[in-house]
Design a protein around this ligand. Structure first.
Ligand code: TYR
Length: 398
């Protein structure tokens, strides 16, 4: 590889946890072509700051002159235990498109060449559907189950659609004509046969070629574990959260002094703030101190070292992370404020829950309590006590 190809390769490979079959990409770069990479996202819950990871990777891929496609996987949102009901899925796809575009633009990368494809636009074609049937006849039920174990919601009497999900995701590589698929490391079992069978083993069964796979690390959540859309509102930061909400959530986050592992706050610095700072051109993370010069970092290794020594304490780290996140999210929020369409689609994609007003139960004190109106007394007395049998039943069942 010449130095230009090497620089492109390094950008593609940066900040990854795993890169499978890199030789596929190397060959394309040596031939001075543009690798075609796709990232799929099931259009379900509201995207949180964890979406910065794929978005920053997409920004790097665009800079490395890759052809990038974002698959708005509406059908997958529905196949996965109905996480996104069919009637909301279209609006959610538009919401995701706006979010991903704004995320990539927030680090100054042009999105005019970023391609968006809606899953349902090709996953219902006769060719695609026939491939689903062919693959379903060649892949065992247990392999499909294992492949989806970390991605598809696991329930007792799971719907059959959860077994189709991995088959469709694997076929997308072929039908989107990709050289490489990007995903979080949680997608690993869908990507490779080690330890389970999926894309790299299933595609050749239909005569299709094996693709490269690039995997982002998973962010630790603010409560310590992997960040997920199904976390409670306090454990994840929504991209449209106000500065106060961001500060409050980070302040509450689990962040033990000197402990670097599974630390959600440090995970933000490592996986979001540094890669974004590099794309933004300054490459720095600053921590202000009250009585001393600010600490200025240019690598996560230095940050972790100082944190382990308690020179960088949770008390000074947290406000620095809040401030940096708020300024990183500012252009996304400005884009939202400036777009009446986006605001309208938000309401349609995530309709506020209908609150059933609680009607205050008026205690039935009967008609004989002191002060009861005399005229009510008679008819009430004449009526048989309707509640009595239920009350008895409830008592016996206790
Ligand atoms: N499995 C991805 C979504 C996805 C769907 C289809 C694909 O082809 C790729 C990715 C997720 O967890 O969100």
């Amino acid at each position: 590889m010449d130095s230009e190809a090497q620089a492109r390769f390094d950008l593609i490979a940066s900040n990854l946890q795993e890169f499978l079959n890199p030789e596929i990409i190397e060959k394309i770069l040596i031939e001075k072509r543009s690798p075609r990479v796709y990232w799929g996202t099931a259009t379900t819950g509201r995207p949180h700051i964890g979406y910065f990871l794929p978005a920053l990777k997409i920004a790097q891929l665009l800079k490395a002159d890759c052809e990038v496609t974002v698959l708005l996987a509406d059908i997958h949102g529905f196949l996965d235990n109905l996480k996104a009901p069919l009637e909301l899925v279209d609006n959610r796809a538009i919401y995701y498109r706006n979010v991903v575009t704004a995320l990539v633009q927030s680090v100054g990368v042009d999105t005019s060449k970023l391609n968006f494809v809606l899953g349902s636009s090709y996953q219902k074609s006769p060719e695609y559907v026939m491939d689903v049937y062919r693959m379903a006849s060649m892949v065992s039920e247990s392999a499909a189950k294992k492949a989806g174990a970390e991605v598809v919601k696991q329930t007792g009497n799971a719907p059959l659609s959860g077994l189709l999900y991995p088959i469709l995701q694997v076929l997308d590589e072929q039908h989107l004509n990709a050289d490489c698929q990007l995903g979080g490391v949680d997608q690993r079992k869908l990507f490779t046969h080690n330890p389970y069978s999926a894309a790299t083993e299933w595609l050749p069964k239909l005569g299709y070629s094996v693709r490269a796979h690039i995997m982002n690390p998973m962010m630790a959540g603010l409560g310590g574990q992997k960040m997920s859309s199904s976390d409670g509102a306090d454990a994840k930061i929504d991209l449209l959260d106000t500065a106060e909400a961001v500060a409050k959530k980070i302040k509450k986050a689990e962040c033990f002094p000197k402990i670097v592992e599974d630390n959600g706050v440090l995970s933000i610095v490592e996986n979001i703030l540094f890669p974004a700072a590099v794309l933004n051109g300054h490459g720095e993370f600053r921590v202000e101190r009250r009585d001393a010069e600010p600490l200025v970092y240019t690598s996560i290794a230095q940050v972790k070292e100082d944190y382990a020594k308690d020179l960088l304490t949770p008390q000074i780290l947290k406000p620095a992370v809040s401030a940096a996140m708020v300024s990183l999210m500012a252009p996304i929020q400005a884009a939202y404020e400036a777009s009446a369409d986006w605001q309208e689609i938000t309401l349609k994609a995530y309709p506020p829950p209908v609150v059933h007003k609680k009607v205050k139960k008026v205690k039935d004190r009967g008609s004989r309590f002191p002060g009861a109106k005399q005229e009510n007394a008679k008819p009430e007395e004449a009526k048989p006590a309707e509640d009595a049998p239920t009350e008895q039943l409830a008592q016996t069942s206790i």
